[in-house]
Unconditional design. Structure first.
Ligand code: SAH
Ligand code: SF4
Length: 416
């Protein structure tokens, strides 16, 4: 049996989104941030304000602990750092969080934050969305890597928005810091033995680079942020619990394996180049055969470290049994899991989601061929937090669009 989920019970059509506004007075702080630097850069930042060379290693370690184990956002909370040094640091740098413009909580527990980063370093202020998805025994944070996207996948709402800019490593890792803070997911204190980094009971156990943007078109910043997230003297997320999703930027898939070493998800969505060229236009540059070769070559690939293939179910487009058969043939020899994603509609989109029966038949076929083929339940659809629905504040839905979308979603649910 495939691990399917009953959409009827988990949909949230009559959900009430709870909105909360939380002001963060520190957001206007335009000093350079210490968040998102690797240890060497942090050391250089300390040197730059006159900290003696012989102290740099120790001070870097101290700061790293406060920033990433204890998750403080104010220098004054760094209790074992002298008052003078705290004052010196806050005179030159900031460690403030972004402003929370909007926080919405879905009836299914999914949370979506709209965050505003001040124009620090990288130019313009930006607004981005981050989504937290609680599930039994785990919690996943879906992180954005860009504002908008240069790619134009035809079924993706983000793809209709021009790239505004790449996020900095600060902006990427701050999404995790902010979510942990809002969820009360940082330890309150240290023990005499040192940091408390509980391996159990954490609210955020996994992160996925599946928010807005193509992470491999922002490789350096994503790399830096993910190495901070997985640093075991800091945020300590296992690399097996970090998944990077890409539409298929082949050269950077090799680099991801070599330089970051996180789990890989591929947005496949079609089994023939002709159709994939249309749905995921980067396929024209890196066609399916090249993409799958990069997957076969991914370091550490094994049954325990399978590649996830994402496959959006588009009615009458890519959902036939023949497609399922070709999919199985194509992935032969690659340890893989196939996530079937019911298409999430958005106003103006040219596709419909496949019928439930179709999705189930497709899933059963793939599953019988030996691949796990879970059907991804749309989460947080009442707050537009599902895959492909994220957009920045500058392009948020007008009320009429929102109503049209709600009507589409309710009509869609009637069929399932
Ligand atoms: N740019 C990256 C990561 C972000 S998208 C990528 O393309 O992989 C995360 C996943 O959501 C991708 O698999 C994407 O194809 C899928 N997606 C985008 N729009 C969607 C929609 N409207 N319905 C369902 N899935 C969608
Ligand atoms: Fe960009 Fe991914 Fe959307 Fe394609 S699916 S437009 S790569 S965010």
């Amino acid at each position: 049996m495939p691990a399917t989920i009953d959409l009827k019970n988990t949909q949230t059509r009559d959900a009430l989104a709870i909105r909360a506004k939380a002001a963060n007075p520190q957001h206007s702080d335009l000093k350079p941030t210490l968040i998102g630097m690797d240890r060497e850069e942090l050391g250089d930042a300390l040197k730059a304000v006159g900290i003696a060379e012989r102290q740099i290693r120790m001070r870097t370690q101290q700061l790293w602990h406060w920033l990433y184990v204890r998750g403080v956002s104010n220098f004054d909370e760094m209790l074992n750092v002298s008052k003078d040094l705290r004052a010196l640091l806050s005179q030159h740098y900031t460690i403030a969080r972004p402003e929370i413009v909007d926080e919405q909580i879905s009836s299914d527990g999914t949370r979506k934050w709209l965050l505003r980063f001040p124009p620090r370093g990288a130019g313009n202020p930006v607004e981005i969305e981050t989504v937290y998805i609680p599930e039994d025994g785990r919690g996943t944070l879906c992180i954005s890597s860009q504002v908008g996207c240069t790619l134009t996948c035809t079924f993706c709402h983000t793809g209709t928005q021009k790239l505004v800019r790449n996020l900095t490593s600060e902006e990427i890792i701050s999404q995790l810091l902010l979510a942990r803070e809002r969820l009360g997911d940082f330890p309150e204190k240290d023990t005499p033995q040192g940091a408390i980094v509980p391996s159990e009971g954490r609210k955020i156990t996994n992160i996925v680079m599946m928010g807005m943007g193509e992470p491999l078109y922002n490789f350096e910043n994503v790399k830096k942020a993910l190495l901070i997230a997985s640093d075991n003297e800091g945020l300590s997320l296992s690399k097996r619990r970090i998944t990077l999703s890409t539409s298929g930027v082949v050269p950077e898939i090799y680099r991801t394996g070599e330089e970051i070493g996180v789990m890989l998800a591929i947005s496949l969505h079609a089994v023939r180049d002709e159709l994939r060229d249309e749905l995921v236009p980067i396929n024209r540059k890196y066609p399916i055969a090249q993409l799958l070769q990069a997957c076969r070559d991914y370091p550490g690939l094994s049954n325990a470290r399978r590649i996830t293939f994402e496959y959006v179910m588009l009615k009458g487009v890519n959902d036939s049994l023949e497609d399922a058969r070709d999919l199985v043939r194509l992935l032969k020899g690659i340890p893989a899991k196939i996530n079937l994603i019911p298409f999430n509609p958005w106003p103006g989109s040219r596709y419909e989601c496949s019928d439930w029966e179709h999705i189930k038949t497709f899933a059963d076929f793939v599953n019988h061929a030996g691949y796990a083929s879970p059907i991804r339940t749309p989460r947080g659809s009442d707050i537009l937090a599902a895959c492909g629905q994220l957009k920045s504040e500058s392009e948020r839905l007008r009320k009429t669009e929102r109503l049209a979308l709600e009507a589409m979603m309710i009509a869609g649910h009637g069929e399932t």
